[in-house]
Design a protein around this ligand. Structure first.
Ligand SMILES: NC(=O)c1ccc[n+]([C@@H]2O[C@H](COP(=O)([O-])OP(=O)(O)OC[C@H]3O[C@@H](n4cnc5c(N)ncnc54)[C@H](O)[C@@H]3O)[C@@H](O)[C@H]2O)c1
Length: 249
């Protein structure tokens, strides 16, 4: 119960990693509000949170829409009186070759992976500054630090996730004296349904690039987030933590 009594927002809570993170935060004592486009998926996650004996809230919103995000976050803050932990997990990549990439593909990737982080963090931060306590943790990617080592054709995604890294470090400095820490995780390939279609050859080639020869386990990633969210992490800020089996070395 390292997060007893904490109130968390998890974006992308209907997704593969977001659902596990929401459940694990709840198992450590946190109440969890999920934000996602997918209402049905949010409800399934909320059930897991309630099964851990914690309160849940769900808000269906397109997180690229600043006004919609502000309204959803204001509703959660009004209901719970504040937010202690923000986990920015919404996002996702699309493979597109740079020489034929159209502006709409570029813009969609930047909006989905970077603007969403700005929108939600911008909406949550005032309440954290007011209570002089907060933990902001974003999911970046190995792509932010190693380009296309994981997937070729990831330029827009890599650029957006590198933006998350820059935002994390700059905001960490900006709010450091006000009780708010800002960190990011940079996962390598995770054992999520997104990898289910790997051919044996593709999987072998991928594992060959990873020094530990292991895909990341979502449960382990969630535990790293618990660590960064816990009271003992008060002096850890501006860190980009790779969870990639050494892939980015
Ligand atoms: N799975 C991996 O191997 C891996 C590796 C590195 C980084 N990541 C990052 O981790 C995060 C979660 O990945 P995942 O594998 O769980 O993906 P996922 O597709 O299962 O989940 C992503 C969730 O984000 C939501 N989302 C996307 N755009 C949104 C928007 N505009 N508004 C509201 N919700 C939106 C989706 O509805 C979905 O539920 C992503 O940011 C991804 O880039 C994943």
């Amino acid at each position: 119960m390292r997060l007893e009594g904490q109130r968390a927002i998890v974006t992308g809570a209907a997704g593969a990693l977001g659902r596990v993170i929401a459940r694990v935060l709840a198992s450590e004592g946190a109440d969890v509000a999920g934000l996602d486009l997918n209402a049905e998926g949010l409800e399934a996650t909320a059930e897991l949170v309630r099964a851990e004996g914690r309160r849940s809230l769900s808000a269906t919103a397109d997180l690229t829409d600043h006004a919609a995000v502000k309204s959803a976050v204001d509703g959660i803050v009004a209901e719970w009186g504040g937010i202690d932990i923000l986990l920015n997990g919404a996002g996702g990549g699309a493979v597109a070759w740079f020489h034929e990439m159209t502006p709409d593909v570029w813009a969609t990737q930047i909006e989905r992976n970077l603007t969403t982080v700005y929108n939600v963090t911008n909406a949550v931060l005032p309440s954290m500054l007011e209570q002089k306590h907060g933990r902001i943790i974003s999911i970046a990617s190995i792509a932010a630090v190693s380009g296309g080592r994981l997937v070729r054709g990831a330029t827009a995604y890599a650029a957006a996730k590198a933006g998350v890294v820059g935002l994390t470090k700059a905001l960490a400095i900006e709010v450091a004296e006000q009780g708010v820490t800002v960190n990011a995780i940079a996962p390598g390939a995770q054992a999520t349904p997104g990898r289910d279609n790997d051919t044996p050859e593709r999987r072998a080639a991928l594992l060959d690039q990873i020094p530990t020869r292991l895909l990341g386990e979502p449960e382990h990633l969630a535990q790293a987030i618990v660590f960064l969210a816990a009271p003992e992490a008060v002096n850890i800020t501006g860190v980009i933590l790779p969870l990639d089996g050494g892939h980015s070395i």
